[in-house]
Write a protein that binds this ligand. Structure first.
Ligand code: FE2
Length: 430
């Protein structure tokens, strides 16, 4: 007797009508037809069942703070940083915890159960780190939260930044962050990459830097990040977030850079919603898209996963915690509209980002943790197109959220009908 069987599911790899059995919080069988019984069954006929979404790049200390203490008038990255600098000294731990927990609730309903969040360590009070470490413990039963010590104002740019970042790591923050393109000079940016990789190597921690989030083609800190990754033996444990300057770089230079990144096994994290919104701001026309070279990086074998980055904060007034919204934008900005392209984009929201986070037991194979999402879509392509409701969100074999299917009803003369999700057009039975 199994605890749960999901019947007749369509899987992201294209298999259709598959039964998934769960026992003791793990996937016990994935087969065409399982004859055994279970305490609970879910009918997933014509529904996609996926492992949960994984967001590899988020800012949970700033989320849902839109309008505090004022709106971002220019809508630029730099005004966003300045605005966050106004809010940060006056924000309380209680407010941060409350907003983060609210976001986590939203994430669960979207089937988003793994999040890597940056924590701004620039303010020496470190209430941000205190708050998110508390949130990490409180959400543990349903969300795996990784935290990155992120010197938002620059590692060398402010007096207390170096000590604050180290203190945050001592408090239990998991990953070393950085922002080399925001340091005062290229040289200080380069020095910050070296210093931060050394800290990570000494402590046995991963690295995840905001790197080259600019349209300046000469912002080449990713080269240093890859080289230092190799020098310190950190291959596969380092992520370069954003990398938007690669969009504007000279092609010859990129032909040397991408193999270096591949040698360092850099995890690449573009943030399509934010990149398309914030980059190209100094351009008149034509305006650059400002997202890194997703297709070229994937073709070179690099692990590319997409982040949400922001939801209703000083940088971005939109967002919903839905990683399919991120994937939808990625398809457009990267111009990856082919069938195989879209499958790669779906993987980038799930298995690739699980690899970026180093998750264990993630996936749909027998023996994996029974963390599953049932979507109101027949396959990954329809999921990316419709951003459909998450009918059931399952953590370790237990349902932790569910949504009713989205059904449209028509009352047109002579031809009443209902529309289930997207194109599945069902004439009303009389
Ligand atoms: Fe970010």
């Amino acid at each position: 007797m199994f605890d749960l069987i999901i019947r007749r599911a369509n899987l992201p790899d294209g298999r259709k009508g598959i039964d998934i059995a769960v026992k003791d919080g793990r996937i016990a069988a994935v087969e065409a037809s399982i004859a055994a019984e279970a305490k609970e069954e879910i009918d997933a006929t014509n529904r996609l069942v996926s492992p949960p979404f994984v967001d590899p790049h988020f800012h949970m200390d700033a989320t849902l703070s839109l309008g505090l203490p004022r709106m971002n008038i220019s809508g630029t990255l730099l005004e966003g940083i300045a605005l966050w600098g106004e809010l940060r000294p006056i924000v309380t731990k209680e407010e941060l915890v409350e907003r983060a927990l609210r976001y986590c609730d939203l994430a669960v309903t979207q089937g988003l159960l793994f999040i890597r969040s940056h924590v701004d360590t620039s303010d020496p009070r470190l209430v941000t780190a205190e708050a998110l470490l508390e949130v990490k413990e409180r959400v543990k039963p349903y969300i795996d939260l990784q935290l990155v010590a992120f010197p938002q104002d620059g590692y060398y740019r402010t007096r207390d930044s170096v000590a604050s970042l180290v203190r945050a790591l001592d408090m239990g923050v998991d990953i070393v962050g950085g922002i080399p393109h925001f340091e005062r000079t290229m040289e200080e940016g380069k020095a910050s990459v070296e210093a931060l990789c050394r800290i990570a190597a000494d402590r046995g921690l991963p690295v995840d830097m905001h790197c080259d989030e600019t349209d300046d083609p000469m912002s080449r800190h990713i080269e240093t990040l890859a080289a230092e990754t190799i020098r310190f033996g950190l291959q596969g444990r380092v992520a370069g977030s954003h990398l938007t300057s690669m969009h504007s770089m000279d092609n010859y230079y990129v032909s040397k850079l991408i193999p270096l990144m591949a040698e360092a096994r850099i995890n690449v994290i573009p943030n399509p919603l934010i990149n398309i919104m914030l980059q190209g701001r100094h351009d008149t026309y034509p305006k650059r898209r400002g997202m890194t070279r997703v297709r070229e990086l994937m073709d070179a074998g690099l692990n590319v996963s997409f982040g949400h980055d922001c939801v209703m904060d000083p940088w971005y007034s939109m967002g919903s915690g839905d990683m399919l919204e991120v994937g939808h934008m990625a398809i457009h900005v990267a111009q990856m509209a082919g069938i195989e392209d879209k499958k790669k984009i779906f993987d980038a929201l799930t298995i690739n980002s699980a690899r970026t986070l180093g998750l264990k037991g993630y996936g749909l194979e027998k023996g994996c943790n029974a963390d599953l999402v049932v979507l109101q879509a027949v396959d990954t392509l329809e999921a990316l197109r419709l951003k459909p409701n998450r009918l059931a969100v399952i953590k370790r074999g237990k349902m932790i959220a569910r949504s009713a299917p989205r059904i449209g009803e028509l009352f047109l003369d002579g031809r009443p009908a209902r529309i289930d999700g997207g194109l599945d057009y069902v004439p009303t039975q009389k």
